[in-house]
Design a protein around this ligand. Structure first.
Ligand code: GLP
Length: 329
């Protein structure tokens, strides 16, 4: 299958790092949508996203609208599925992912870790056991893994994926992939991983969680985002959320912060090259960042906002996580 997703973002030379498009697209949306749809420019005014057509919109900073040299990425309105709670979100995701596997048994998936996808994985295991769903021809690439840990580290993602999915279904050993935390040459490892993804034909369906700060995989907020797979430093708030048992000890043992402080992560470009993207999120803590991601400025300060550059994104949100998407960010 050819890779149809465009890569409409600016690259600085060959470094693959993306600067920000701090460009607001509300004006353009206002022009293109029907007269009954309004997009107030003030923050905090309710907007019914359900009436926004899921089309594509050309992103033009008003100040530069006449400048033909300005690059004009296309932004997209994602599909947003709101579910009552975490369980319903997980089952809906199971429907979509299960159907995608049945439709294309040799599908290439990108998989997340964290608390969010646990219910989805449980539902896939149930479908495998009770409904004959087979993952025997599926290929998977996890989004991230900590650098330097043992493969069986209890906080690591190899063990997480084995215990929640890989050891419970019929996916063959060798068909699932994570970055090698024990690689001696990190530069070679990121190239190997990106190369493996390319050699598989590219990601058909990337399933993502979102950090409360907007991170995707371990692409943390910053001045720039990195396109390909790379080694990233965890933001402080990500580290504190991911290691709640270590956090209280930090005061007396500050050296603990160095543990799990860097991770291999697919890049924002790797994610945007997936043919379809499914984002799962639950809980009030993510409501604000999700609203910004869906409707706000496309900026590396909120990596999830870059999803607006992809033409086929579906968010499945529980009621709490989705409670702000109807409001301008
Ligand atoms: C983690 C992972 C992300 C994950 C996110 C959300 O740090 N690197 O891939 O999506 O944070 O985690 P959770 O689902 O636990 O909220």
């Amino acid at each position: 299958m050819s890779n149809s997703a465009p890569t409409p973002f600016r690259r600085d030379g060959d470094s693959g790092r993306f600067g920000g498009y701090c460009l607001w697209h509300h004006y353009r949306l206002q022009e293109r949508t029907s007269s009954r749809t309004t997009f107030p420019k003030r923050a905090g005014v309710p907007v019914d996203i359900a009436v926004v057509p899921r089309g594509s919109y050309t992103l033009l900073p008003c100040s530069q609208a006449r400048d033909e040299t300005v690059e004009r990425p296309t932004v997209h309105v994602p599909e947003i599925l709101l579910e009552a709670d975490y369980n319903a979100m997980s089952l809906r995701a199971g429907d979509i992912v299960g159907e995608a596997i049945r439709h294309n048994p040799s599908i290439v998936l990108a998989l997340p870790t964290g608390t969010t996808p646990i219910g989805l994985y449980a539902d896939l295991v149930r479908r495998y056991r009770d409904e004959g769903l087979s993952l025997s021809a599926v290929t998977t690439f996890n989004l991230d893994e900590y650098v330097g840990i043992a493969v069986d580290d209890p906080e690591g993602y190899h063990g997480f994926m084995r215990s929640h999915l890989f050891d419970l279904v019929d996916i063959p050993e060798g068909a699932w992939h994570l970055p090698n935390p024990q690689a001696t040459d990190a530069g070679a490892e990121v190239r190997r991983y990106e190369g493996l993804i390319d050699a598989s034909g590219g990601i058909d369906l990337a399933i993502l969680g979102v950090g409360a700060n907007g991170h995707l995989a371990f692409n943390e907020p910053g001045d720039t985002l990195t396109g390909p797979t790379h080694v990233a430093a965890l933001a402080d708030d990500t580290w504190l959320r991911n290691f709640p048992s270590l956090a209280p000890r930090l005061k007396d043992e500050p050296e603990l912060r160095a543990r799990y402080s860097t991770a291999y992560t697919v890049g924002i470009g790797t994610i945007l090259r997936a043919r379809k993207i499914l984002v799962l999120a639950s809980g009030m803590a993510k409501a604000s960042i999700l609203a910004s991601a869906v409707r706000g400025a496309i900026t590396p300060r909120n990596p999830a906002s870059f999803l607006q550059l992809h033409p086929d994104v579906t968010f499945i949100l529980d009621e709490a996580a989705g409670s702000w998407v109807h409001y301008t960010a």
